[in-house]
Design a protein around this ligand. Structure first.
Ligand code: SF4
Length: 250
């Protein structure tokens, strides 16, 4: 079988392949994702970031101290090193994540603001009503973080899990635009980029975690499970969303 035309950009949807008998096969892009090189993805993501920074002067990057946001931050800082960054810190963040955050803020000299809920943690709420817990400790502080912004940049990726398949690279929700420059990146792309460019990563990955959140709501997943399957495991929210990507923030 020989390949005669393939997409290297996500806005071309099909790949045309000719088999030995000259039958033509049109393959949807998601089935030939391996043909899109990491170099293409990096260039595409940087272009998105560049255009967004040009178009929206009041823009910031959200960082959660997981692998995707570290790659995102690394890319964005190549274009605008002093870009405003924000992070939402809940009372339940693992200590490894907090230490990693402090280290990166210092080493990368980040122009960062941290947002925290003023409410006291309610024991066990993460288990009995995780949506409410996330609303208080994640969604409301994020609303505060974006209230003076026109746009924010997030590290969301499509292949992370079942709830992330239908996003767009540029989304408008309410009065706020969100840019998802890593939307088409795979978990492997993130690790390849991190290795190639020496991007520091949260030490919790060395313990086997694949997706990081608050300590009580993050468990290790098997290789054959989706990346986010360990989030909110055992609750109604398993593998789901905290709400910052689904609610209207402004
Ligand atoms: S991830 Fe868990 S602990 Fe963190 S805010 Fe949501 S429910 Fe609460």
């Amino acid at each position: 079988m020989s390949l005669t035309a393939a997409s290297s950009h996500r806005n071309v949807y099909n790949c045309v392949m000719f088999c030995n008998n000259n039958n033509v096969i049109i393959t949807p892009l998601y089935e030939v994702d391996a043909l899109v090189t990491l170099v293409d993805k990096i260039e595409h993501s940087k272009n998105l970031i560049r255009e967004a920074i040009k178009k929206y002067p009041r823009i910031a990057v959200a960082v959660s101290w997981g692998k995707d946001s570290m790659v995102l931050l690394h890319l964005v800082r190549q274009i605008k090193p002093d870009i405003p960054v924000f992070t939402v810190i809940t009372p339940f963040k693992p200590k490894e994540t907090l230490e990693f955050k402090d280290r990166i803020i210092k080493e990368w000299n980040l122009n960062i603001k941290e947002y925290r809920s003023k409410e006291k943690p309610i024991p066990g709420l993460w288990k009995t009503n995780p949506d409410e817990c996330c609303r208080i400790f994640k969604v409301e502080p994020t609303k505060e973080a974006v209230k003076d912004l026109d746009a924010w940049i997030s590290g969301l990726r499509k292949t992370e899990g079942r709830t992330r398949r239908d996003y767009q690279e540029i989304e408008k929700r309410g009065n706020l635009v969100k840019i998802n420059p890593l939307l088409e990146w795979t978990e492997l792309d993130i690790w390849r980029y991190s290795a190639l460019y020496n991007v520091p990563q949260n030490p919790l990955y060395k313990k086997g975690y694949r997706s990081l959140g608050c300590e009580p709501c993050t468990t290790i997943v098997d290789d054959n499970e989706p990346e986010r399957a360990g989030r909110w495991r055992g609750t109604s929210k398993c593998g789901g969303e905290c709400g910052i990507h689904t609610k209207i923030l402004k």
